[in-house]
Design a protein around this ligand. Structure first.
Ligand code: G4P
Length: 529
């Protein structure tokens, strides 16, 4: 019984946005509500503001911080809330994609003035494909921005969502008066400095009441009534099941910086957002309330303390309980492992825990046993699906710059690839090693870490490739596939798992190849049905 209760009270989610939309600010305000932190400014901003030439120490410093903020947990109204941090910088987008495999829902933050931006589009697309329930928060209403209806249209069109506003702004920018909460049927007035009186709301069950004029003035009252009528006429009613299926996305308006509209968002969120959802393994669907433990690694973080070279593997618990000092099966290695000091996360701290439940994240100290996507169980041979590698867009040959340190270099590359920093391909033709990444910044990180953590030196050489695609032959024995392999040999490689990869040198050659060899399927992620 307690076990079921623990599952039902958990909400594990991620906040996604384009950099600068207000993700960090919103996270911080949510933590304030949970009483998990005492003051603003406690959540470190781990975004990388500089461009590709940012200095390494900065990267390292920020990576160090992001261990602490990888998972932020707090209790609010008896709900255990786990926020999984997603890096905003586009060069670390793959990390974010992987983290999205461990969330049960997301909140999408959009800047009222900038509207839907590039990074939001990419991340929302991933969530949409997986039917992850999403709530949209339109931020910075204290500033001049786009018209609310235009924004809702933009969200529908650019993000392919089906929205329903659960709150609506009264004015904007200089004239911002507050927010009507459609979900709770009340008005929250904006005082310009509502940090002090965040609880000030006025219940309004009847929007026709003349009280409205007294409070927000005649013209604003009329405009609000008109807007709400339009909302009622144009948008579908909120339907929790549709939201949970990923078919409808409620929208809230507010200002994270002013802590305005955040409580409304949080209160609705804890009511409607899903508790840990079932997850598909290659073998079967696994439900959270199954008694036997299972979980998977979605992130690996190197320890920045030079005295402790071990890494921290982040496990999302899918089913059962994870207990300290109990042996669990590492499925890929087919061996039992015990963990004497699993870390749980609370606010911005981590601490050792005895027991964790589905939805929770535990950090396990690891000396090289884990790689991204590994499954741990009580004994059943399960392999969780859904942590694909994404098609890299940057490619470079990697060369050993210090022949005395070849062993260190290979060990370093091997471990960094397991962490998911980048992908290693071996060319079919000559066995040369190529590193593929989603963002160019990754090359600096790899070079720096190889040197500082493994004592190895590398150099890069440009390799002009447009995209890497995973190859699937409908019939590996047919002549078409044989010809494909012969003609394209120069462009073929294998990834670390031994899967065949086609390295297209241009969009044109990619298209031509697809046309010429229709039974050879080219995929943009490493996992396909
Ligand atoms: P991110 O994590 O999504 O990248 O965004 P972050 O929270 O860091 O916010 C980006 C900038 O937008 C910050 O200003 C932040 O103060 C501001 N901001 C967030 N929410 C609101 C809001 O509701 N209204 C207004 N007007 N601004 C908001 P900055 O100057 O870039 O950073 P800082 O120096 O204030 O930290």
């Amino acid at each position: 019984m307690d076990f079921d209760k623990e599952i039902a009270r958990r909400r594990t989610f991620g906040i996604i946005s384009h950099p600068d939309a207000g993700k960090t600010t919103l996270t911080e305000k949510l933590l304030l509500f949970g009483g998990a932190i005492q003051e603003a400014g406690a959540v470190k901003n781990n975004k990388i503001k500089k461009s590709a030439t940012s200095d390494f120490m900065e990267i390292e410093r920020q990576r160090g911080i992001s261990v602490a903020t990888s998972v932020l947990a707090f209790i609010y109204n008896d709900k255990k809330i786990n926020i999984l941090d997603t890096p905003g910088h586009k060069d670390f987008a793959e990390d974010t994609f992987r983290t999205l495999t461990a969330v049960d829902s997301v909140i999408v933050v959009i800047d009222v003035a900038k509207g839907v931006e590039e990074q939001t589009e990419k991340l929302v697309e991933v969530c949409r494909m997986r039917n992850i329930p999403m709530i949209v928060f339109i931020n910075k209403l204290d500033r001049e921005g786009k018209d609310a209806f235009d924004l809702l249209d933009e969200v529908e069109q650019k993000l392919g969502l089906s929205v329903t506003p659960l709150s609506f702004p009264i004015g904007m920018g200089y004239d911002f008066k507050g927010i009507y909460n459609i979900y709770e049927k009340n008005i929250n007035l904006f005082s310009g400095n509502s940090k002090k009186n965040i609880e000030e709301t006025i219940a309004f069950t009847d929007i026709e009441s003349t009280e409205l004029e007294n409070i927000i003035g005649e013209s604003a009252a009329q405009e609000l009534r008109d807007n709400l009528e339009l909302v009622d006429g144009v948008y579908p009613k909120f339907d929790k099941d549709s939201y949970l299926k990923g078919a409808q996305q409620p929208v809230f308006f507010g200002s994270a910086l002013n802590n305005f509209g955040v409580r409304e968002l949080l209160d609705c969120f804890i009511n409607i957002a899903p508790s840990p959802r079932p997850k598909m393994a290659e073998e079967r669907l696994v439900n959270a309330d199954e008694k036997d433990f299972s979980g998977f690694v979605f992130k690996i973080h190197a320890n920045m303390d030079p005295k402790h070279r071990d890494r921290l593997a982040f496990i999302k618990i899918v089913s059962g309980t994870f207990e300290r000092n109990k042996p669990y099966l590492h499925v890929r290695h087919d061996k039992k492992l015990k963990f004497s000091s699993p870390n749980a996360f609370f606010a911005e701290k981590k601490e050792i825990v005895d027991i964790s439940y589905p939805g929770d994240i535990v950090g396990l100290h690891d000396t090289g046993n884990f790689k991204i996507g590994d499954t741990l169980t009580s004994g059943e041979k399960l392999n969780y699906k859904g942590i694909p590698s994404f098609s890299p867009e940057h490619f470079r040959y990697i060369n050993n710059a210090d022949p005395m340190k070849a062993k260190q270099l290979y060990k370093g590359i091997d471990q960094l690839m397991d962490e998911g920093v980048a992908q290693l391909f071996t060319l079919e033709l000559n066995g040369r090693k190529v590193i593929g990444t989603v963002g160019a910044l990754q090359y600096e990180v790899i070079q720096y870490r190889l040197e500082h953590e493994y004592g190895a030196k590398c150099t890069y050489e440009n390799f002009p490739v447009h995209k890497a695609c995973w190859v699937e032959a409908e019939d590996p024995s047919n002549d078409e596939f044989k010809e494909f392999k012969r003609v394209k040999q120069k462009f073929l490689a294998t990834d670390k798992q031994g899967q065949l990869v086609f390295l297209a040198d241009s969009q044109f050659s990619l298209q031509m190849t697809q046309q010429k060899y229709p039974t050879v399927k080219l995929h943009f992620t490493s996992e396909f049905e």
